[in-house]
Design a protein around this ligand. Structure first.
Ligand code: NAI
Ligand SMILES: NCC(=O)COP(=O)(O)O
Length: 335
């Protein structure tokens, strides 16, 4: 399939009170001349009208023909639009519907990949949403549709780093009872496969972070490295995967940035995200590995303040759009 014939990307609305609408408009402005980045957004047309030319579409197949001259919008059922910067729980059903429809378009092949705009997780939880975030929700949608049991993995890229997370949205106190060798082995295999099929690497070099200071200092300041992480690394190496034992988390990100590792598996959310966001707050991308569809996202959140005062930056969304296209292309090449 030539690039011109590839299906468009689909972008979700995200929280309409956050930066999503503004960065979507800015991304269209930046990319409208690049047919390879053609996308449509599933959202409320009023969020975008007046900012750039928009055109409502009724099917994803119309998007690529429209993209060069207007932002294609696939409309959601009407709902009360919030004031920018002021989250409104009445948006929740539309936010969720946008993600559901986007995943369905990817599963059917009508869209090449989904790029999600940020959601306010607490707002959705209050409305009865039971998934920790997009990562788990999109995986559940895929598994329901396919009957599969895909295990989603969150990968952050930015600042020259690729960082996958062993635990995501859980309290720090629960990390110690959640980490286990079997899951780390599965995770290592998913990351290795993704480095090959999604990022085009032929011999990925992977590293585990330690959980404790100095990777446990031979068990004197914590045993998770000896009892869980290093045995998982042993199993992965036996399976032919180039995986390090637990390495000190205060050093391994610099080692990766200097080219020693292609991807790091971090034991906690903040351990992995702090280096990525510190090195590249505005250009980072969040990618979900291990799914039958391609999903990326900006690595920032709803940014209500930036939405309210008109200072939202689109860099991370634009990087997420480009990364989604690249991954979808790599997958087609290696299929
Ligand atoms: N993928 C997703 O859907 C994500 C959603 N969130 C959600 O976002 C909400 C807010 O989380 P925070 O921790 O405050 O992080 P945040 O990323 O929304 O905000 C951090 C800082 O960056 C600014 N900011 C964010 N995006 C910006 C942009 N595009 N341009 C300019 N400035 C921007 C904000 O105004 C704030 O000062 C939470 O409800 C959280 O659940 C957070 C991360 C990812
Ligand atoms: N901090 C990253 C984050 O919260 C992303 O969550 P998700 O909605 O992509 O699952």
């Amino acid at each position: 399939m030539t690039d011109a014939n590839r299906p468009p990307l689909v972008i979700t609305m995200g929280d309409p009170a956050g930066v999503g609408p503004s960065i979507t408009v800015s991304a269209w402005n930046a990319l409208q001349g690049e047919a390879d980045c053609a996308f449509f957004v599933i959202g409320a047309p009023d969020l975008y009208q007046g900012e750039v030319p928009t055109q409502t579409i009724s099917d994803p197949s119309e998007a690529s023909g429209v993209f060069g001259s207007a932002l294609p919008v696939l409309p959601l059922d009407a709902f009360p639009l919030p004031v920018r910067g002021q989250p409104d729980s009445r948006s929740a059903p539309a936010i969720i519907a946008s993600i559901e429809q986007a995943a369905a378009f990817c599963l059917s092949g009508a869209a090449d990949a989904v790029v999600t705009n940020p959601i306010n997780k607490a707002l959705l939880y209050a409305a009865g949403f039971t998934h920790p975030g997009h990562t788990e929700f999109v995986a559940a949608l895929c598994n329901t549709a396919t009957g599969g049991a895909a295990q989603p993995v969150m990968l952050l890229t930015g600042g020259g780093l690729r960082v996958a997370l062993a635990t995501i949205h859980i309290a720090l106190k629960d990390v110690f009872t959640t980490l286990n060798m079997e899951d780390l082995v599965k995770l290592g295999k998913i990351v290795d496969t993704a480095m090959r099929q999604d990022f085009g690497l032929t011999s990925p070099r992977l590293a585990f972070t330690g959980l404790n200071p100095h990777a446990g200092e031979n068990g004197t300041i914590g045993r998770e490295e000896i009892d869980i992480i290093n045995p998982a690394a042993d199993q992965l190496r036996s399976a032919g995967i180039d995986m390090s034992d637990a390495r000190s988390a205060d050093t391994v990100f610099a080692e990766a940035r200097d080219g020693r590792f292609d991807a790091i598996i971090s034991m906690t959310h903040d351990q992995g995200l702090i280096p990525v966001k510190t090195l590249d707050m505005w250009g980072g991308v969040n990618t979900t590995l291990g799914l039958p569809i391609v999903r990326t996202s900006p690595d920032h959140g709803t940014g209500y303040e930036a939405a309210a005062n008109g200072t939202a930056r689109p860099d991370s969304l634009i990087a997420a759009i480009r990364q989604a296209r690249l991954i979808a292309g790599h997958r087609k090449e290696t299929a």
